[in-house]
Design a protein around this ligand. Structure first.
Ligand SMILES: Nc1nc2c(ncn2[C@@H]2O[C@H](COP(=O)(O)OP(=O)(O)OP(=O)(O)O)[C@@H](O)[C@H]2O)c(=O)[nH]1
Ligand SMILES: [Mg+2]
Length: 363
């Protein structure tokens, strides 16, 4: 058994610099025009300038700052681990802190079983050794989720995003548009949330910021918007199409049928698509994320996840629950509203940030 984590001297994680959230849409829409309407990319000098390639260390700082509430929740771990001797009381306390961080019963039980085995087998004694063993066990649990989204191989590569209201779908699309552009991919967005004019305008604002075309309709059918967007992308030789959808609860069966229809129509527009169906989950909902994941997966066949708002929650352990109970590739995690605050999930970084440890140099 290897251990690549070591405890770090306690240093307060720097606060994440708050980048501006997308401006609220301004009601400057032209009167209803025949659909669909493509918003051409118009460079906006006023667009907030984000660093082109943020240093990995600055992401690590933001990740650590973002996870600070979950870490505080597991934070009693700090004092737990500073105890000299491992005993049953300590393991029980660890168990309740993991449960309170929303790891869920199954993941917590699995982690504790592993720690007990290592305690006996490897003759662990100190809290620090237990912390390293926990880091190893968490990494083992989470690493299967680390499967970065690969958008090569299909053109256009079609990504659908789904999730409940306010989960962070539209914002994540805006951030991903930048992410893919940094990989020199051309992007087109489909404003498939046709319920709210504000939703369309929110996406158009992201389109302006990133200088990408947004296909939208005034009202109308989300499936038709998706269909038009895919055809437009094909005609223009675009690399990635991202389809925004309206928020919905899994219990709203008519709306679940509607999004399943969007998916079917995507397949009509491109028989190989959609190539990725991402469920966006707000980490604040904790264990409810699993219920949502199971329901959206049954309706749509979820192929990847984005977990947002890890910065505002003490429930970051939900990722461990997902890994244990309903694993799906965790493509990206969000730790803030800024354009650079969404990054590909890296299990090792996540565990390091969560337990405030740092990697050991390779032995
Ligand atoms: N703190 C924080 N806020 C986030 C994050 N991701 C998104 N948000 C905020 O969450 C709010 C809702 O985000 P949206 O992208 O509009 O959510 P949505 O899923 O599109 O919502 P609907 O379209 O209403 O279903 C916005 O204020 C975002 O700025 C994150 O990682 N951290
Ligand atoms: Mg939205």
């Amino acid at each position: 058994m290897f251990s690549f984590f070591k405890k770090k001297a306690a240093t307060p994680a720097p606060e994440a610099p708050a980048s501006p959230a997308p401006a609220e849409p301004v009601a400057d829409q032209a009167p209803a025009t025949p659909a669909p309407v493509a918003t051409p990319p118009t460079p906006t000098p006023a667009a907030p300038a984000a660093p082109a390639t943020p240093a990995r260390s600055s992401w690590m700082d933001r990740l650590k700052a973002g996870l600070s509430r979950t870490r505080d929740q597991i934070g009693s771990l700090g004092s737990l681990f500073s105890r000299r001797k491992i005993d049953e009381d300590l393991l029980e306390e660890l168990e309740s802190t993991l449960l309170m961080a929303d790891c869920g019963v199954e993941a917590t039980t699995a982690l504790l079983t592993e720690l007990r085995q290592r305690w006996k087998r490897d003759k662990l004694e100190t809290g620090e050794q237990l912390q390293e063993a926990l880091a190893d066990a968490l990494y083992k649990l989470l690493s299967p989720l680390q499967q970065p989204l690969k958008i090569d191989g299909q053109k256009p590569y079609i990504v659908m995003l789904a999730g409940v209201n306010g989960a962070g779908k539209t914002t994540s699309i805006g951030k991903l548009a930048r992410h893919f552009q940094q990989q020199r991919k051309s992007v087109l967005l489909a404003a498939g949330d046709t319920f709210r004019a504000a939703a369309r305008e929110q996406l158009q604002e992201w389109g302006r910021r990133n200088d990408v075309t947004v296909i939208a309709q005034d009202g109308g059918d989300p499936a038709a918007v998706a269909f038009d967007a895919i055809n437009a992308a094909r005609a223009r030789g675009i690399d990635v199409v991202m389809i925004d959808t309206a928020g919905r609860l899994p219990t709203q069966l008519n709306l679940m049928d509607e999004i399943a229809k969007v998916k079917r129509v995507v397949t009509k527009a491109d028989a190989s698509g959609p190539h990725e169906v991402i469920l966006v989950l707000d980490a604040n909902i904790g264990q409810n994320a699993l219920t949502q994941l199971k329901a959206f997966d049954a309706a749509l066949g979820v192929t990847g996840l984005i977990v947002t708002k890890l910065d505002g929650t003490a429930k970051g352990g939900v990722i461990a629950g997902i890994a244990r109970q309903h694993p799906k590739p965790l493509r990206f995690i969000g730790v803030g509203e800024g354009i650079e605050d969404l990054q590909a999930f890296d299990a090792r970084e996540f565990v390091e940030a969560l337990l405030d440890m740092e990697s050991k140099p390779a032995a």
